[in-house]
Design a protein around this ligand. Sequence first.
Ligand code: C2E
Ligand code: CA
Ligand code: CA
Length: 796
Amino acid sequence: MATSPGRVHPRGQLGGAACRWGSWCGTDRVPPSRTGRRVFDEVWRSQGEDVAPGVAAALLHLAAAGDQPVLVVSRPRPPEAPERPRVRWANATLAALLGLAPGDLVDLAVGRVLRGADAPGALVRERCTRFAVEAVTASGEARATEVAAWPVPERVSGFGAVSERLHVGAALAAEDHWVLQLVSPDDERSRAALRAAEERFATLAQDSPVPTLVSDVGARLSRVNDAFAALLGVPAPQLCGTGWLAHVLDDERARLAQAVADVLAGERVTFDTRLRTAAGLVRWVTVRLAPSRTPGYGAGFVGTVEDVTDRRARENRLAYQAQHDLLTGLPNRLALLEHLGELLPDGLCPDAVPGAPVPPLTAPVGVLMVDLDDFKTVNDGLGPEAGDAVLVEVARRLVRTVRAGDLVSRPGGDEFVLVCHDLPDEAAVEATARRVLDALVPPVEVNGLRLRVGASVGVVMLTGGPGGAEEVVRDVGIATHEAKAAGGGRWALLDEEVRQRARRSLRLVADLREALAHGTLDVHYQPVVRPGTPTRPDAQLLSVEALARWRHPELGPIDPATFIDVAERANLVPVLDAHVLAVACRDLATWRTDAAAAGLPHVPRRVAVNVSAVSLSADGFADGVRRTVAAAGLELDDVCLEVTETALASDLRACRAVLEELRRDGARVAIDDFGTGYSSLAYLVDLPADHLKVDRSFVRDLRGGRGSSGGARGGPARAVAAAVVSLARTLGLDVVAEGVETHEQNAVLVELGCEAVQGYLYARPMSREDLWRVLCDGGTLAPQQPGLPAPRQVPA
Ligand code: C2E
Ligand code: CA
Ligand code: CA
C-alpha cells in the first residue's frame, strides 16, 4: 500500500511508533475508512460483481477498520493444516505502529508480532472473538493491547487478483483467513460504550415490530431484534457474530456489499435487496442503513429492514397489467412498441443526431401482423365469450409457432403482432408466414361448434433505417390490409411499391381534407335530357347531376372514384357531400336569376346530388339539407338526392326514415346505379324513391336489331332494359338511363319509352360556365356520338 512519505516510520524507530499508539487508541476519533475503503474499491474494481461472499466480508472488515491497525492472517484448519497462522497482509497503520514496512510483515508467524495471538485457543473459533495480546515492535518493545478477530468464512480467493498491489502473497488466494484489528487498550471505556449501546438497542429496538440490526464493524451483526430474527427464521443468537451476507441471494451480494461499504464510509444508504429465509423463501426487503461507531471497534452501522415482498408483488402485478393483454396474457400494444423501440436504431440511440448514419441491425427482424378474417362474424353471431375463446386459442397457437426469444403480442382487437428474429431471406419470411397461417387452419372448438378462423398476415422487415415503432406498426397494418384486400387467408410482404401507394394515399387524405376545408373542391354538371328522336334529334335539358371534381395542386385532376375512396377511408364523405350540395344549390339559384334577367326560356328544373350512406345516416342530415337549400333561396323540390341501392340496403330503416321525411317536404330521391345492387321485387315495392337511374352496364349492351341468340329483338340487354322500364312505370317511378353513348342505345331507349337519359352522347359533365352556355343556346343538346369520325365534308 502506498503511504505518504511523511507518515512512514523508519524501521525500528520507536519514537514514531509511540506517537502512532496514541493516535489510534481513541478509535472513535479516527475518521471512518480511508485505507480500508481504498482496498475495498480496488478489489471491487478488479472483481466486480463476481466477488465471493468471503472476499466481500473481508473487504468490508477492512473498509470498516479504516486507518486503524489491521492485518489479515491465514487460518489453518487443524488437524489438516498444523502450521501456525501467518501474516498475509497488513495495512500501513499497523506496519508504522510496529516500525516496519507492510511488506516486511508478510509471511511472519502472527505470534512474532502479536504475542499471544498464536496461543492455543486464540484463533480457533469459527466466530468473532476478542482477546488480549502484546504487540511487538521492530525494536522488541512489547505493548499490551487487545485484538478483535473476525474469521472470514469462505475462501478469500478474490485477493489473488490484487495480491501484488496489496503485498499479499499468492497463497492468500487458497486459504481461509482471520481479519485482526487492534482495538483500544482502554478496555473499560470501550466496554462501557458497548454496554450503553446494548442498552439503547434493547430499549429502542428489541420489541419493535420493525426488523432492526446493529453492526459494530464491517458487515458483522452484533445485535438484531426479534423481528429481524423472525424475518429470516433464524434465532437471534445464531445471527449475531456472523456475517448476514449468507442470507443475501448470490446475485444481490455485490450490490449489498457496495452499499455497506458506503455506510461504513459515513453515508446513509437505502436499497432494495432479496434475502433468503431459513425456510428457503425469498423476501424482497428495503434496507435502510445509517453509520454508527462503537468506541474501540471502528465503523459500523444501524439499520432497519422492511419486508416489501407483498407491495412489490402488487406493483409487479400492476406493471404486468400495464404491459399485457389480460385476456390472452400476451404483451399488449405498449409492450410491443417498447420492444420494437429497443430494436430500432431510433430506439437504441434516442440522442442520435437526425440524419446521422444509423448502425445496421445485426440480423434481419421480421414483424408479422396476423388479422383474423371473419372475427366480427364470430363475435356478433356467437357472442363475445365465443370471440374471447377464439382469441385465446389463436394466441396459444401463435406462441407455439414462433421460436424462443420471438415476441407474440396482441395490440388490440383481433390483431396479433409477432416480432421474429433472425429471418435472413425471403424464404425464411415466407416459411414463417406460412407456419402462422397453417397454425390457424385446424378449426377452433367453441361451445361444441367447430369454427374456421382464417387470417391475413402482413409482414415488414426492420431494415435498420430511420423510423419509429409506431411507423413499423402502421406499415405492417398496410401489408395486412394488402393481404386482406387480395382475398384473405394469405400473406403479403410490404414492398416498396405498396409502401409508396400507402404513402400516396395518406398524402391524398391530408390534401383532400385541406381542399374541403378551403372549399377548393369543384363541382361539374352533367345534363339529364329528354332524348332526341329521329324527327327531332336534339335533346332537351331537363335537370343536371352535380359531380365532384378535384384538381390536385401537383397531381392534376384526380379521378372521382379515387378521391371518393380516399374520402370514405378518412371519413370525409359527409363533408364532401355537404359541400357539393351547397355549391350545386348556389349555382342553380344563380342560373335561374341570370336566365330570368337574360330572358332565357330554359333552366334545369332541379339539381341532383350524390349522397352516400354515411352522409345519410349522419346525425342531422335532413336538417342540414333543409338549411343548405334555404340558404340558396331554393325549395326542397329543387333538389334530388341520388342514393345507391347498396347504401339503402346497408342501413335501410334509418336511411328510409330520413329520405321519407325529406320527400314529404318535396325533395326527390333517385335510386342510383339501379340493377347493380341487391334489388328484389319485394324490396322495390316500397322504396322511398321517385326515380330509377338504370346503371350504365345495362345500357352499354343495348343494340337495335335481332340478338345473336335469336331471342327478343336487341338481345338480352334490351329485354332487361325493357323489363326495368316497365317495372318502374308500374311502380310509378321515372326512369333515367345512364351512360348513353351511342345513337343506337338512344334509339332503343326511346323505343322503350324512356323519357330521360344522361350520357356522353349529349354531354359530358361540364363546368358551370359551359352549362350557362348551353342555357344560352336554348337548353338543347345535339347528339355527338363519341368515337365516330366527324361527318365527311362532301364537296359541293
Ligand atoms: P354516378 O353517380 O353514377 O355518376 C355518373 C358517372 O358516370 C360520372 O362519373 C359520369 O362522368 C359518368 N358518366 C356519365 N355519362 C357517361 C357515359 O356516357 N359513359 C361513361 N362511361 N360514363 C359516364 P364520375 O363523375 O367519374 O363519378 C363517378 C362516381 O363518383 C359517381 O357515379 C358517384 O357515385 C361518385 N360521385 C361523384 N360526385 C360525388 C359526390 O359529390 N358525392 C358522392 N357521394 N359521390 C360522388
Ligand atoms: Ca349519381
Ligand atoms: Ca349512376
